[in-house]
Design a protein around this ligand. Structure first.
Ligand code: UD1
Length: 423
C-alpha cells in the first residue's frame, strides 16, 4: 500500500483550494436513484469513497459517468435492489441507498455495514425510520431486507441526531404519501445541501438545518444539475496545518459559515484568522495556547476534526482536555502520536493532552480517515522523517492531499507500492 513520507519543520505558506465535500456528495449522488433521467454534479471530489458509491449505483442499474470533477448519473435503468457485501463493506455510507431503493422499487436488500475502526456505528435509527414509513424490515444472513407497498408519511423521532439516518429517511420520505415530520434530526450543512438538491428535484422539504424537518411527499422527481458544497473538514484540516506549522495559509473556495466552531477554537489557541466570504487566511503564532474541546453534533465542534485538533494541542503551552462524544473508539491515533513523542493520557472518552516542545518523526500507521490526516499534520512539524503507512484511508476522503501540502512548501512525497516517488 502507498506511503506518505514527510520531512517536518517547514512553515506552510501560500494558497490552497478546497475540494467539494465528500460527506455532502455521497448522499447527493445517491439521491439520483429517486429520478429517471440524467443528473449532473460538478465540484465532485475525486476520492476513493466517491468511486465506491459510483460502483454501487452502477451495480443497481444506474449509468454513471465521470470526467474530472464532473459526474453524471442516470438512474432510469434502476433494476436491482441488492447492495452486496463486497460493495457495502468498503464504505458505510452505502447504507444510504436503503431509503431511495424502498421508495422507488418497494424493496431493498442491503448488506449490514458492520463495525469500523472508530466504533460500532449501528444503523438502528435508519431502520426505525424506514419502518415508521411503512416498510417491513428483516435482518437475514447479514443483510437488511426491506419491503413495502407505497410508503406513508409518519411522525418520527430520532433518539440521537444521526447524519446518515436523517439523510436516508429524508430520501425515502420525499416520495412517500402525505406528510412526514422528522424530529431531533442532524443539522449539519450536508443535510441542508441534500434538502436543497431534493427541493430542486421538485420535492417539498422544509426545516433542514433545524432540528425538525417536514416533508410533503410528491409523486415523482426530476433530474437536476448541481455543484457540491466545499468540504468543511478538508478546510479545517488546512486551517489547523497553517496554525500548527506557524505558517501563513490562505484557504480558498471554502464556506467559513459552516466552520464557525472550528474557527472559534483555533482563535482560542492564538491563531490569527481572517474570514473572507469564501476564504480564510490563517497565520500561526509562536506560542500555541491550550484549549479544551468537546465534540458535538453540528453546530458543535465536529468529531471529524478531533484528531487534527489534538495534534495542535500536543504542542500547545499547557494541558487540554479533548472529549469525544460522538464515536466511542475515536482515539486510535493517540498510540501513533505517542510514538512521535506526544504526551496524551486517555480516560474513558476524554484525552488529557500535555503539550510538549517537539514531536519526532517516526514510522506510523494510518487507521481511519481523520486519524490519517492527524498523522500527516504531526509529520509536518516533527523533527526528521515521518512515514505514514497504509494511506488507503486518506485517499477515501482527501483529494490529492500530498500535492496540496507540497504546493504550500511542505516536504512531502507519496511512495507508491512499487517504490515510485510522487509529489
Ligand atoms: C457522518 C459522517 C461522518 C461523521 C459523522 C458524525 C458521512 C458519510 N459521514 O457519519 O464523517 O463523523 O456523521 O458527524 O456523512 N447512531 C446510532 N444509530 C444509528 C445511526 C447513528 O446510534 O442508526 C449513532 C452513531 O453510533 C454515533 C451517532 O449516532 O454515535 C452519530 O452518527 P451519525 O451522525 O449517524 O454518523 P454517520 O452518518 O455514520
Amino acid at each position: 500500500m502507498d506511503k506518505i513520507v514527510i520531512q517536518g519543520g517547514v512553515a506552510l505558506a501560500g494558497e490552497v483550494t478546497i475540494s467539494g465535500s465528500k460527506n455532502a456528495a455521497l448522499p447527493i449522488l445517491v439521491s439520483s436513484l429517486l429520478t429517471d433521467g440524467k443528473n449532473t454534479y460538478t465540484n465532485v471530489p475525486d476520492l476513493r469513497d466517491i468511486h465506491s458509491i459510483g460502483q454501487l449505483l452502477a451495480h443497481l442499474g444506474a449509468s454513471v459517468e465521470s470526467h474530472q470533477n464532473i459526474l453524471t448519473i442516470d438512474a432510469s435503468g434502476l433494476n436491482n435492489s441488492v447492495a452486496p457485501y463486497e460493495l457495502v463493506r468498503k464504505m458505510r455510507a452505502s447504507i444510504l441507498v436503503l431509503g431511495p431503493l424502498v421508495a422507488r422499487l418497494g424493496k431493498a436488500r442491503v448488506s449490514l455495514p458492520g463495525g469500523c475502526a472508530i466504533g460500532a456505528r449501528p444503523i438502528n435509527l435508519h431502520l426505525k425510520g424506514i419502518e415508521a414509513l411503512g416498510a417491513s424490515i428483516e435482518l437475514k444472513h447479514g443483510y437488511v431486507e426491506a419491503s413495502a407497498g407505497k410508503l406513508k408519511g409518519a411522525d418520527i423521532y430520532f433518539d440521537i441526531p444521526t447524519v446518515g439516518g436523517t439523510e436516508n429517511i429524508m430520501m425515502a420520505a420525499v416520495l412517500a404519501e402525505g406528510e412526514t415530520v422528522l424530529r431531533n434530526v442532524a443539522c449539519e450543512p450536508e443535510i441542508i445541501a441534500l434538502a436543497d438538491v431534493l427541493n430542486q428535484m421538485g420535492a417539498n422539504v422544509h426545516g433542514a438545518g433545524t432540528s425538525v424537518i417536514t416533508i410533503n411527499g410528491v409523486k415523482s422527481l426530476d433530474p437536476i444539475s448541481v455543484s457540491i458544497i466545499p468540504d468543511r473538514i478538508e478546510a479545517g484540516t488546512f486551517l489547523v496545518a497553517g496554525a500548527l506549522t506557524k505558517g501563513d495559509v490562505t484557504i480558498s473556495h471554502c464556506e467559513p459559515d459552516h466552520m464557525r466552531e472550528i474557527i472559534n477554537k483555533l482563535e482560542q489557541t492564538g491563531a490569527l484568522i481572517d474570514i473572507g466570504k469564501n476564504s480564510l487566511r490563517v497565520r500561526g503564532v509562536d506560542v500555541i495556547k491550550s484549549a479544551d474541546v468537546k465534540t458535538m453534533p453540528y453546530p458543535g465542534f465536529p468529531t471529524d476534526m478531533q484528531a487534527q485538533f489534538m495534534v495542535l494541542m500536543a504542542v500547545a503551552d499547557r494541558v487540554s482536555l479533548i472529549s469525544e462524544n460522538i464515536f466511542e473508539n475515536r482515539f486510535i491515533h493517540v498510540s501513533e502520536l505517542h510514538r512521535m513523542g506526544a504526551d496524551i493520557e486517555i480516560s474513558g472518552n476524554t484525552a488529557m493532552v500535555k503539550g510538549v516542545k517537539t514531536l519526532y518523526g517516526a514510522p506510523v500507521m494510518a487507521t481511519d480517515l481523520r486519524a490519517s490526516a492527524s498523522l500527516i499534520l504531526a509529520g509536518l512539524i516533527a523533527k526528521g522523517e515521518t512515514v505514514v503507512n497504509r494511506v488507503y484511508h486518506l485517499d477515501r476522503g482527501y483529494e490529492a492531499i500530498e500535492n496540496k501540502f507540497a504546493a504550500l512548501n511542505a516536504r512531502i512525497k507519496r511512495v507508491r507500492d512499487n517504490g515510485e516517488l510522487y509529489g
